[in-house]
Design a protein around this ligand. Structure first.
Ligand SMILES: [Zn+2]
Length: 365
């Protein structure tokens, strides 16, 4: 996510995006009060990390020293930032007046200050640092990447750089993309011991589609910029769709091809890469259905396990209701599977200890 300066005379906003008229008036009336740096600091070859204590800063500096050179090696078209700083804060921000649209962000990149701002309680601080480092490192060649797609690239690279966090990140983004384009359908199947028939329940997770054609708006809206006013759910949807397109393009064509599209667009005088070029590179049709299918096809077993972990109730309740109805209180000899429709990814839920433990607890309570 990128943060904008409060517009003030002589200070251009990032990439020419303008904030709302109301924001402009407030910023001109209120003096922008810069937040003071955190108390402790650790210097490293990859940048300065500031946190509440030296140990907090040191822990993140160790990650920065590994992540930044890895990113510079693996991503083409990068730029060098000489005085990079990373600040660990309770709420990431540059200024001390309330900036409501930033309050849910776990990380921000401020281009004007060469500073990454990270939330102390981020779900995964290493992954968030990797994501913000991508924003910080993208050279001029990438500037024609349209709309929200820079977020997809930052997520893609952070999943590569922090493999332990990859399945959870991918599950979240792919599920959000599916929810933004019609929903996510699963089939729960249970077979009782010595019984040839299988009981099946269709479970659908549905969300709000942000617009009639979110797969078009993802090219138009910069959902990662703090000045873009969309709801949190819509923002998640656009981040998800951006991830689907970027993930698919890079897996099919490679990172260099994506950069080449950006460079060709600039050479041919386009402000941003034309949508048809990107759809072709990702082999995607311009319909919500095509993008939903693409999101679900990208979900494998590891992502489905994470999805189950993120929303533990929806499958467990359906299974518990059926088993209670049959008077069954233990899972011995049962076959319980969960299949992601449209992708045929199937999990054997008997192998998922977190699930069986919670299901047994629910059956015997
Ligand atoms: Zn971002």
């Amino acid at each position: 996510m990128g943060v904008q300066n409060p517009p003030s005379p002589g200070q251009p906003t990032r990439k020419g995006h303008s904030s709302s008229g109301l924001g402009l008036v407030l910023a001109l009336v209120l003096p922008a009060c810069l937040i003071a740096p955190p108390a402790a600091q650790v210097f490293s070859a990859s940048g300065t990390v500031r946190g509440a204590s030296t140990s907090e800063a040191q822990e993140l500096a160790d990650k920065l020293e590994y992540l930044r050179p890895s990113l510079m090696r693996s991503l083409p078209g990068v730029r060098q930032v000489d005085d990079l700083e990373v600040w660990i804060q309770d709420t990431p921000g540059l200024y001390s007046f309330p900036h409501s649209s930033n309050s849910d962000a776990e990380g921000l990149w401020s281009e004007s200050h060469d500073r990454i701002l990270l939330a102390r309680n981020a779900d995964d601080m290493e992954r968030t640092l990797a994501h913000e480092l991508v924003h910080a490192s993208l050279g001029h060649g990438w500037h024609t990447l349209p709309g929200t797609l820079e977020e997809g690239l930052a997520d893609y690279m952070s999943a590569k750089l922090v493999p332990d966090a990859a399945a959870r990140l991918r599950a979240g983004r792919l599920a959000s993309a599916a929810l933004a384009t019609g929903g996510l359908g699963m089939t729960l199947s249970i077979r009782l011991p010595n019984n040839p028939s299988t009981w099946m329940a269709r479970i659908t997770l549905s969300g709000t589609q942000p617009s009639a054609n979110p797969q078009r708006d993802v090219f138009r809206l910069a959902a990662g910029l703090s000045s873009t006013k969309v709801t949190a759910a819509s923002k998640r949807g656009y981040y998800g769709l951006a991830f689907v397109l970027i993930n698919r393009t890079i897996e099919r064509q490679g990172l260099q091809h994506l950069l080449n599209l950006c460079l060709s667009a600039e050479q041919q005088g386009y402000e941003s890469v034309p949508r048809p070029w990107l759809l072709k590179a990702a082999d995607l049709a311009d319909t919500p259905e095509a993008w939903r299918t693409a999101a679900l096809e990208a979900m494998g077993k590891a992502e489905l396990v994470e999805l189950l972990d993120m929303h533990p109730g929806f499958v467990r309740n359906a299974a518990a209701n059926y088993l209670r109805d049959k008077g069954i209180q233990d899972l011995e000899g049962l076959e319980i599977t969960l299949t992601l429709r449209e992708s045929n990814t199937t999990l054997d839920l008997q192998e998922n200890e977190a699930f069986t433990t919670a299901l047994l607890a629910e059956l015997t309570e």
